[in-house]
Design a protein around this ligand. Sequence first.
Ligand SMILES: Nc1nc2c(c(=O)[nH]1)N[C@H]1C(S)=C(S)[C@@H](COP(=O)(O)O)O[C@H]1N2
Ligand SMILES: [Mo]
Length: 170
Amino acid sequence: MDKNKIKITIGLLIVIVGVFAFMNRELMKEKGYAHENAQVILKEGDLEVVLNHENIINIGQVHFTAILDTSTTDPEEHTYTGVPLKKVIEEAGLSLDKKEIVIIKGVDGYTVALSIEEVLDEENAFLAYAVDGKALKPKNRGGSGPYQLIVRKDQFSQRWCKFVVEIEVK
Ligand SMILES: Nc1nc2c(c(=O)[nH]1)N[C@H]1C(S)=C(S)[C@@H](COP(=O)(O)O)O[C@H]1N2
Ligand SMILES: [Mo]
């Protein structure tokens, strides 16, 4: 390869990396915005619906207990406040018909998948916004919120996605 070709190749690579970095930054901005404003982005194919805190509260809050068990704590029962995940999806006008999974993402990129059966179980999968009567704080204030996925029937809390910003049905 002559020097010019090498230069052009390197130049192209720099542009490509730059474009991806920019796209990623735009993506992070969108999720960061949702996180800071207590919004959740719901997706189904090309359709995107944003729910804010008022929309989520209007679904009708429920109180439920769940056992929190992390690597650093012993199992403890807590009372959470939130809404069944299924109702959040319905509130956004999305359909679970003929879908296979629901993918939940945190602002830190943490991703959890639930089967449709798990989502349809209104005693199992919840989007919580308070624990023991206190609002879940966002990440920068040391909390696990403003929204956290609670999967009551999971013995360990790996799938309890903190800082939820996106819910996609597939
Ligand atoms: N967004 C997000 N949610 C998450 C995680 C994470 O890194 N990011 N870690 C998971 C794991 S492995 C556990 S055990 C629980 C509790 O994690 P913590 O003890 O760090 O709060 O949160 C789960 N949810
Ligand atoms: Mo963990």
